[in-house]
Design a protein around this ligand. Structure first.
Ligand SMILES: N[C@@H](CCC(=O)N[C@@H](CS)C(=O)NCC(=O)O)C(=O)O
Length: 335
């Protein structure tokens, strides 16, 4: 696998699995913070920050959903990489459907941005990346922090009056984000990239145990943190929406489909139908990426056909406590 070592692109450096056959995800290296504070190095400003994403990636997808729900599209622009990630890592292929050029630097490869931000970078070249066009560097490449900055630091630049990290819910949101990360968000990768039976089995036990737990929780409440749609739902959504099409088959998470759960499946449809969310889902990129980019998992790169899911079917969750943010419902009615 590929990564930067001292600013040089290496195709032989990064092992997905550790010695015991378990998947080992590395920490994101760029962790600066945008603050609404006159002394801050990075301050929220319309047009200053640029987001690099892959539509395929669940981590990048979190930042896109957050941006859409807050109405930050005009304030934060986006470039979209090719869903196929080969020996050169993420690249820009604007001729391909849904992909764009690098709108800021016109780079061919995402790694060029990493080297510009740190000429001696030793790290994986991952999406999402939040780029500062003023200081010409990476502010942050950790999705949960980008999501949090969008939710808490962009104040008036957000055109929808939506709070995804509301006071009174914050401890619970943090607890849920932590609780779903290892078994669910990262759990599908731990299952899919395991190279021995024991770590695969452990990942599957954790994953399906956690899905069952949250399926129970969602029987009585509309959202993970209760009656409000929050960051926690966004983090859950981007994994669930990929599950039946990709993780079930490609990553062998095949104990049960999400569409077989009594509450997770209507919950997933409810989130999908929240104004602004469906437009962030590009299933063609999701499927192409996973099935063609991991030769160690699917060596022939054949994209599995099904299933065709009815994300638009009625979700019947309106009677549960909670409703989507009213600003979103009003904004979509005005469209
Ligand atoms: N911790 C990061 C993880 C991001 C991540 O692993 N992104 C994947 C795509 S789904 C990636 O770019 N992988 C490229 C690589 O590992 O070389 C986050 O949540 O932002």
């Amino acid at each position: 696998m590929n990564m930067l070592v001292d600013g040089e692109w290496r195709t032989d450096a990064y092992e997905t699995a550790g010695e015991d056959g378990s998947f080992d995800r590395q920490e994101a290296p760029f962790r600066d913070w945008i603050r609404d504070d006159p002394d801050a190095e990075y301050q929220p400003e319309a047009g200053r920050y640029h987001l690099y994403v892959s539509y395929a990636c669940p981590w990048a997808h979190r930042t896109l959903v957050t941006r859409a729900l807050l109405g930050l599209e005009d304030a934060i622009s986006v470039s979209v990489v090719d869903p196929y990630r080969g020996d050169d890592g993420w690249q820009f292929t604007p001729e391909k459907d849904g992909c764009t050029r690098d709108h800021v630097r016109d780079a061919d490869f995402l790694r060029e941005l990493y080297v510009e931000a740190d000429p001696n970078a030793t790290c994986r070249v991952t999406v999402p990346v939040l780029w500062d066009t003023e200081r010409e560097t990476i502010v942050n490449n950790e999705s949960k922090e980008i999501m949090r900055m969008f939710a808490t630091s962009f104040g008036d630049l957000a055109t929808h009056d939506v709070d995804l990290y509301p006071e009174g819910y914050r401890e619970e949101i943090d607890r849920i984000l932590e609780a779903i990360y290892e078994p669910i968000n990262n759990g599908v990768y731990r299952a899919g990239f395991a190279t021995e039976q024991a770590p695969y089995d452990a990942a599957i036990d954790d994953l399906f145990g956690a899905l069952e737990h949250w399926d129970d929780v969602l029987a009585d409440q509309r959202y993970l943190a209760g009656d409000r749609l929050t960051e926690a739902d966004i983090a859950m959504f981007t994994t669930l929406v990929r599950f039946d099409n990709v993780y079930h088959t490609h990553f062998m998470c095949n104990v049960q489909y999400i569409r077989e759960y009594d509450n997770l499946w209507p919950y997933l449809r409810d989130l999908y139908q929240t104004p602004g969310v469906a437009e962030t889902v590009t299933m063609a990129h999701i499927k192409e990426h996973y099935y063609t980019t991991h030769p160690e998992v699917t060596p022939h790169g054949i994209i599995a056909r099904g299933p065709d899911l009815a994300f638009d079917a009625p979700h019947d969750r309106d009677d549960l406590p909670g409703e989507p943010p009213s600003a979103l419902v009003t904004a979509s009615a005005d469209d």
